[in-house]
Design a protein around this ligand. Structure first.
Ligand SMILES: Cc1cc2nc3c(=O)[nH]c(=O)nc-3n(C[C@H](O)[C@H](O)[C@H](O)COP(=O)(O)OP(=O)(O)OC[C@H]3O[C@@H](n4cnc5c(N)ncnc54)[C@H](O)[C@@H]3O)c2cc1C
Length: 486
């Protein structure tokens, strides 16, 4: 049937875009529909860790942790611009998990999968180690261990971009209303720009994340999902905050305190039942207070609500039937309904396992030819150790940038940074200056290549320049985007 695609993917989060990229790279015809912007759901609201999940060891989820740790090295190698290793500091004091338990857990964490060049864990003396300066003097002992970090929203944009480069049709601001199973294919009703159209597909992948349950009855196969919210707060960079921390709370939970976007500190997360739809998830004042109290137990200089410059919330879907086992069941499930044209529903998942999840989706649909383990994402075709040299060379070739701007561009775009700068000799050659080093040349690149449409797409997902821009600057960018016809 003319126009029928091999796979129709619903959802432009990390899982949907990865399935689209992987499938397009295997030569399949793919359409992806995202109802808002790419990564507008959970995939821009995570803690951004590529990790095995130290705390899952307590639940004896060794296979889960091993799989994620193996993938950690693969991912850091495939996207050295947007992902990198981090050396976490784990302070210890009596009354928390005992020291022997932490030491044993970290030893296991180091040995479950190859470290891939990441530093081994070790005990540290916080009285002399620079990481001790941020903490109250009573924290004298601790540990250091390695994990990975990734810019989650850019990860999604790069997957979508590569999917499109390999032939996938990526439709943003396109909502799937319902789909009807015909004898051997699907009819999918989508709504874009106020119009409803019907597309046809041989298979559907429902990767709508926490919306997957709500959508599922409209695809003829209902799933009951329980939603759990996690929130983060962002404050100006804490004095002396050079390394990430993992802190243990009296309630048995943990919180991360991570250096963020050059000048900020990211703190999270909470874990709370989400009543209402995923789109209503907001960081509540109670969650803010919880996170502040949590970290102030540790910080030498406490922080207050007035320090918070940004907050965000995301929602995890858990299968309702698994609610009791929620603490441990954070991996994914792929539900295949093959009574006719296949429908595969992705339930759960982590940023860390998005690539292997996409491979598993295609394997479950009977499609072979896995290829993504060895192919970098756009801009990631360089060695991690070269990054400082790339920043220095960019700053030398484009003298007007200076080191911080050059670092931001290499971190966001890797080897593609030069495609934005072209032959510019001065900042003025990059067109209009929107503030915070955002120029017309970069905005045009994001619109042309990364599906950005409005100011939020650019300031909160393709970048985090929203942290640095005034309300007037944001309004000027929005006006320009509305009028420029880009
Ligand atoms: C607080 C928190 C912290 C986390 N931290 C980490 C971490 O540190 N490391 C890690 O590995 N994982 C982490 N995770 C998990 C990770 O963020 C998620 O597993 C992942 O982002 C899920 O991606 P997804 O593509 O399945 O869903 P989403 O990113 O939510 O994407 C689903 C998309 O589907 C779209 N959609 C929904 N309905 C429709 C429709 N009808 N038509 C078209 N589009 C539709 C939505 O707009 C959305 O963009 C965290 C999760 C949370 C909540």
């Amino acid at each position: 049937m003319e126009g029928t695609v091999d796979i129709f993917v619903i959802g432009g989060g990390v899982n949907g875009t990865a399935v689209a990229r992987d499938a397009a790279g295997r030569g399949l015809r793919v359409t992806l529909a995202e109802m808002n912007d790419l990564a507008s759901g959970t995939s821009s609201a995570s803690s951004k860790l590529i990790h095995g999940g130290l705390r899952y060891l307590e639940h004896r989820e060794f296979a889960l942790v091993r799989k994620a740790l193996k993938e950690r090295s693969t991912l850091i190698g495939l996207m050295p611009h947007i992902a990198w290793p981090m050396h976490f500091v784990l302070p210890h004091h009596a009354g928390l998990r005992p020291r022997w338990m932490l030491r044993a857990g970290l030893l296991l964490y180091d040995n479950l999968a190859p470290l891939g060049g990441l530093a081994r864990s070790r005990a540290i003396d916080l009285g002399t180690h620079p990481a001790g300066r941020l903490l109250k003097p009573e924290f004298t002992a601790g540990f250091e261990y390695s994990d990975g970090w990734v810019d989650d929203a850019r990860l999604v944009a790069l997957n979508a971009r590569d999917a499109a480069a390999r032939g996938a049709e990526v439709l943003t601001r396109t909502r799937v209303l319902e789909a009807r199973r015909r004898s051997v294919h699907w009819e999918v009703d989508i709504e874009r720009e106020g119009r409803v159209e019907t597309r046809t597909a041989w298979r559907i992948v429902n990767a709508a994340g926490p919306w997957a349950g709500r959508l599922s009855p409209h695809l003829g196969k209902p799933y009951d999902l329980r939603l759990v919210r996690g929130s983060h707060i962002v404050v100006p960079r804490l004095d002396g905050h050079d390394q990430p921390y993992i802190l243990q709370g009296h309630d048995g939970r943990i919180a991360f305190v991570i250096p963020y976007e050059q000048d900020f500190t990211l703190i999270g997360t909470t874990d709370i039942e989400q009543h209402g739809g995923p789109e209503e998830a907001r960081c509540s004042p109670e969650e803010e207070a919880y996170l502040l109290d949590f970290v102030n137990e540790y910080l030498a200089h406490p922080i207050a609500a007035a320090d918070i410059v940004w907050r965000y919330a995301g929602v995890r879907p858990l299968l309702a039937s698994e609610a009791a086992a929620a603490a441990a069941s954070r991996d994914y499930e792929l539900a295949l309904d093959a009574g006719g044209a296949p429908l595969l529903t992705v339930l759960g998942g982590k940023i860390t396992t998005y690539r292997v999840l996409a491979e598993a989706v295609l394997a479950k649909l009977g499609i072979d030819g896995a290829w993504t383990a060895g192919v970098p994402l756009p801009g990631g075709d360089f060695d991690r150790g070269d990054k400082p040299g790339m920043v220095a060379r960019l700053a030398a070739d484009y003298r007007f940038l200076g080191p911080r701007w050059a670092e931001r561009l290499i971190t966001a775009y890797g080897t593609e940074a030069r495609a934005i700068l072209g032959r510019a000799k001065t900042a003025a050659d990059l067109g209009r200056d929107f503030g915070a080093t955002l120029t017309e040349a970069e905005v045009r690149f994001l619109v042309a290549h990364e599906f950005a449409r409005d100011a939020d797409d650019i300031l909160w997902r393709r970048s985090k320049l929203g942290l640095r821009m005034s309300a007037e600057e944001v309004a000027a960018l929005a006006d320009w985007l509305a009028g420029a016809g880009v």
